[in-house]
Design a protein around this ligand. Structure first.
Ligand code: UDP
Length: 238
């Protein structure tokens, strides 16, 4: 631990919505398998990969709080949602013969290892995919912040945020046909213009740790591998 990784090490943040496929809620098994296939290809290519998975396809604390639920309690429920997604991704990766460990920020010893940084590093050095579940383990945070945190802890070369859009746009491309995709932005651009790509905590943490972020469309088959080879479309935040 603590050594500079000889292979490239990346963290992929998979949003909960990315697992819905064409559905409006929950999990589309085919989509989970396809994403696991994309991750497997990258792992077989010799890159060390760890994942942070969201839970927004199942439960979001903020949305529940808006309807009167206690925010912290809702956030804990949201973190449990990420564990469900993590187990599904683990299953799909293992069907691809990729050794995988789920490490949870909330202790759930029957189904996941507790998150211990040095053990996570060891797993990755051995070529295992580590899925970080339960976000940061704290309410009032997001899995984007968890992704920036774990990527910094794992000394990843890059943080990839897989979403439903192929990058960061000047406006919502689904609503505004004149919206333009940025090829590159600085952390300060994102913060100053409040671009809705990741929350400010995640951007600040990445900035402090000089962790480059790439935003891309994980809904496109094979996009994870292509983006790592430098093939667009994507937005880079540096
Ligand atoms: N969450 C939390 N702390 C964390 C990460 C997540 O409380 O460190 C909760 C929060 O309620 C959030 C939910 O888990 O709404 C699901 O995570 P997120 O919304 O980040 O998932 P995504 O948008 O990536 O699907």
């Amino acid at each position: 631990t603590g050594e500079t990784p000889s292979r490239k090490r990346v963290l992929l943040k998979v949003s909960g919505e990315a697992l819905m496929g064409d559905g409006a809620f929950g999990v589309d098994q085919k989509t989970v398998e396809r994403i696991a296939g994309d991750v497997s290809d990258v792992v077989r290519g010799g890159t060390e990969v760890c994942l942070v998975v969201g839970g927004g396809n199942i439960f979001r604390g903020v949305a529940a709080a808006a309807k009167g639920m206690d925010r912290a309690q809702g956030d804990y429920a949201g973190m449990l949602a990420t564990v469900i997604n993590a187990l599904l991704l683990q299953n799909a990766l293992e069907r691809e013969q990729i050794p995988t460990r789920v490490m949870s920020a909330i202790h759930m010893s029957s189904i996941a290892e507790p998150y211990i940084r040095r053990r996570a590093v060891r797993h990755m050095e051995k070529g295992r995919v580590v899925i970080f579940a339960a976000g940061t383990g704290n309410p009032f945070f997001t899995t984007d912040t968890a992704a920036a945190l774990r990527a910094a802890e794992m000394e990843c070369d890059i943080l990839l945020k897989g979403t439903q859009v192929d990058g960061v746009y000047s406006a919502d491309p689904k609503k505004d046909p004149t919206a333009k995709r940025y090829d590159q932005l600085t952390y300060m651009d994102v913060l100053a213009n409040q671009l809705s790509v990741m929350d400010a905590a995640a951007i600040s943490l990445s900035r402090e740790n000089k962790l480059p972020i790439i935003v891309f469309n994980i809904g496109e088959s094979g996009s994870f591998g292509r983006v790592l080879r430098g093939e667009g479309p994507f937005t880079q935040i540096i």
